[in-house]
Design a protein around this ligand. Structure first.
Ligand code: SAM
Length: 148
């Protein structure tokens, strides 16, 4: 996911629903992102994520509903939510994210938006997809206008 998003030391990554913090740790430790913020509503998962990110100065975990967190500084947003949740998040993405921000979604697409990349992977358990969207280039193609 983070490879496809091109995460690098200039990246500001927000992980929406960070669970136990695996993506946050990878982005902060292995990709050396400038800043990584994981947001998780489950107290239990948050404590695991906080423990895992201890000592990582570029990572933080917020226990919150991500609806209530401003995403505007993100250059990359990662998420693993349902398609209906992704559809609901479109309004927030368009309101808060700047042009060029990448949204990287595990398995589920953002209904009505076109990914700029779609890759499939197989790990030891199962296959999964990663879809990349870029704010400013994700809207549906314009309908063709008949000339003459
Ligand atoms: C499928 S898990 C993904 C966990 C992790 N990101 C991963 O890839 O392994 C989805 C996570 O999103 C969290 N979540 C769902 N809705 C949320 C919301 N509105 N605000 C914060 N966290 C949320 C859930 O508690 C759950 O931990």
């Amino acid at each position: 996911m983070l490879d496809l998003a091109g995460v690098n030391p200039d990246s500001v990554v927000y992980d929406l629903g960070c669970g136990d913090g695996a993506v946050v740790v990878a982005a902060a430790r292995h990709y050396g992102a400038k800043k990584v913020v994981g947001i998780e509503q489950s107290k239990r998962l948050c404590s695991i994520a906080i423990a895992k990110t201890k000592g990582l100065k570029n990572a933080s975990i917020i226990e919150a509903n991500y609806d209530d967190v401003d995403l505007s500084e993100a250059s990359v947003v990662t998420l693993y939510q349902s398609a209906s949740e992704n559809a609901r998040l479109k309004k927030k993405f368009l309101a808060e994210l700047s042009e060029g921000t990448k949204i990287v979604s595990h398995d589920y697409g953002i209904p009505g938006w076109h990914p700029t990349q779609l890759s499939t992977f197989k790990d030891h358990r199962r296959g999964y997809r990663v879809l990349v969207y870029v704010i400013g280039s994700q809207l549906p193609s314009r309908p063709r206008v008949a000339l003459g």
